[in-house]
Design a protein around this ligand. Sequence first.
Ligand code: ARG
Length: 459
Amino acid sequence: AGQDMWGGRFSSKPADIMQAINVSIGVDQRLWSQDLAGSRAHCRMLIKQGIIGAADGEAILGGLETIEGEIRGGSFPFRDSFEDIHMNVEARLSELIGEPSGRLHTARSRNDQVATDFRLWVRDACDRTGHQLVALQKALLGRAEQHAGDLMPGFTHLQTAQPVTLGHHLMAYVEMFGRDASRFADARKRMNENPLGAAALAGSPFPIDRHATAADLGFDRPMANSLDAVSDRDFALESLAAASITAGHLSRLAEEIVVWMTPMFGFASLPDDLTTGSSIMPQKRNPDAAELVRAKTGRILGSFVALSTVMKGLPLAYSKDMQEDKPPVFEAFDALDLALTAMTAMVAALIPNTERMAAAAGAGFSTATDLADWLVRELNLPFRKAHHVTGAAVKMAEGKGVGLAQLSLSELQSLEPGVTEAIYKVLSPEASCASRQSFGGTAPEQVRARIADWKSRLK
Ligand code: ARG
């Protein structure tokens, strides 16, 4: 059992509770492929440096190959008695090849081993997430292109503000998810250094080659301080921070889908296969997937809080507290994976009710700002004065139960004598959108130009 690895100075077996609190194989078996990669790189380096003999080294590499086959085939015996993935692999190696297995751990500790395995896992997770973000961006781009000229109300305070296009609205998320992807790419760059060879904490007296294992594992360089190498988990925290921000963006989009799907808004629906019904209310069609995407944010941000709390008071170097680093990271990336995949499916399948959106875009006096701007531009009114006149026009229209464009010329002239027929041209939501040609504005030409930029960037 586990104490075979370190039992020399012990006279009794661990108590059941010692083993129960200490065991992590149920969680860290997910690191198996990273653990095998790290062991192979370490073994090849030991052979090359003449630290172990070639025959022993070949036996070890052969045994690791067999273990990989067993794990892939589902026959590998994961055993609680061996605490974690590292000891499970080493124990099995010993059963498979006998004595030479004992040489693999030369110039290595589980401290640098686990730091290496975990870094490799988080690096892969960041890469995977980056690809999923691009897939989501592409789905949004496709929909934005389709609806680059379709009107919807733009909101502030969730009150009608100014007309925008649905394409413009969707492209806002393309920008957000683009920054999210760049955060993962940036975190990857910083984390891509090799902890292996830090050994327990102080480095190794053996003539190891940390540059060689770095190259073998795709790291840019060895970490420069052995204490730091086995102690820090900032790479995991940084990835969880990026995951939390991404989850926040997903949550906002999910919230909008939920709101759009309420019958009161009626802006969009989802096909049956992406909604659920109610067991009591026959009329219901619920956006559960969007709600769960919104809710996953709690788990993901919670994981960041959990791990930073584990790490914050630990003296250098390794403490067993750090074994608690894996559950939050696995949980967060599992949740993010689901959320990104579900969101991509919803974006691709969303059925916008463009008529209803367009009608709402023109309601709520959404072109009041355009009216005020016209007074400034054509009559040279100070903006504050124009704002006041427009407010009076809104009040008048509201009192009559009509829109701004339904006020007669003489009614408008009663508020500002200089008003002419030409003012009606700026009062439609189409004109309002089309006029916003500033870079990044909602005019369909602008939206299409940004879509083209992103398409070439994501190619
Ligand atoms: N299971 C441990 C972890 O995940 C491996 C490292 C153990 N190191 C030690 N010194 N006990 O952190």
